[in-house]
Design a protein around this ligand. Sequence first.
Ligand SMILES: *Cc1c(COP(=O)(O)O)cnc(C)c1O
Length: 417
Amino acid sequence: MKPAREKRSDKPLGPIPAGFTAIDGELAIGGRKASDLVAQAGRTPLFVYSRARLDARVAELRAAMPQRLALHYAVKANPYGPVLSHMAGLVDGFDIASGGELEMVRHAGIDPALVSFAGPGKRDAELEAAIAAGVTLNCESEGEAARALAIGERLGKAPRIAIRVNPSFELRGSGMKMGGGAKPFGIDQDRVPALAKHMIEAGAEWRGLHIFTGSQALDADAIIETQGNVLDLASQLAEEIGMALPKLNMGGGFGIPYFHGDEPLDLARVGEALEARFANLPENLSETALCIELGRYLVGEAGVYLTRIVDRKVSHGETYLITDGGLHHQLAASGNFGTVVRRNYPVAIASHFAADPAEEANVVGCLCTPLDRLADKALLPKAEVGDLVAVFCAGAYGASASPSAFLGQGPAAEILV
Ligand SMILES: *Cc1c(COP(=O)(O)O)cnc(C)c1O
């Protein structure tokens, strides 16, 4: 027999975000025990979003970033109504990516004048609803721009138009690249001035540029470099257009640590570098309203997915904790949403949050597919049927980005505390 030490093949879990404590040994979110939250919601699986964590994150950002920089929330990260309403009191603007999201922000009572609409493939009905409401369109093609002008004419309302630029550079090290080279997003940078001039001449209300280059970057230097490139490009394009930019959406891409070894983004460094750039802006950006748009950075770490263990079994010497949740709510944690190598998200036994690890276990979902994994070979406190499992970093791209209809399981419950 091999000594136990050599047999151990545990895989590290991701880092648990700041701000989560234990009450009576149990995970507490927003000062409330996980079991109480499940009792309030009436069921598992359950997404819990913490107002306190949302507030803290926005406060950190405000403190680190230049005062001049406005903060937009990218709704696609988490469109849950109460989260949207709460964010309305925290951020300066909202970025949507569909007519459905326009409905959601309006339902949350958000002023459409604070909203911009990006996304390739906007349909005429979506353009019409956005123009009628006074939303800024981040135009993604010449064809879309022509349709927006025609719809504006029909409605007797000048469309508010910004142009989404497909820059020739990208955000180094980002998890999901959305700029540089051939892309379905935006208009190649060399064609932007001609289109902008055309839109202005045709009577559109010119709102400036949107330059988004990527997502999930943890490297401050990469973000600093990209923000510099964005400001340079915006100034160059404003020069070629022959008009100062009313507004520049500088993109975002701020990442959060999901996996073992990930280091949090050095926000202070990014803020200092931006402050220095803002102190030396070219003339044609001196009056420009400047903003960044963030999704996961604002909401990702504020959410926890709670799921209950329904079975515990052993197969070929490995322990399986089988939960009532899974990839149909947390596709990203299962490793099936834009990752090449599956790594463990931060996962804990919520019922025994304060306990030391006691065994190696696989946490899986209830779906009849081997893809449905929440944690592989994780070192966890001993857990039994009925205990709650917490998957952290569940505030972004969870409930709304997972196939909840798969296998007839239906959506998880959601609450904001
Ligand atoms: C997805 C997206 C975002 C949000 O990305 P995060 O990684 O969640 O910050 C922002 N802007 C645009 C244009 C996007 O497509």
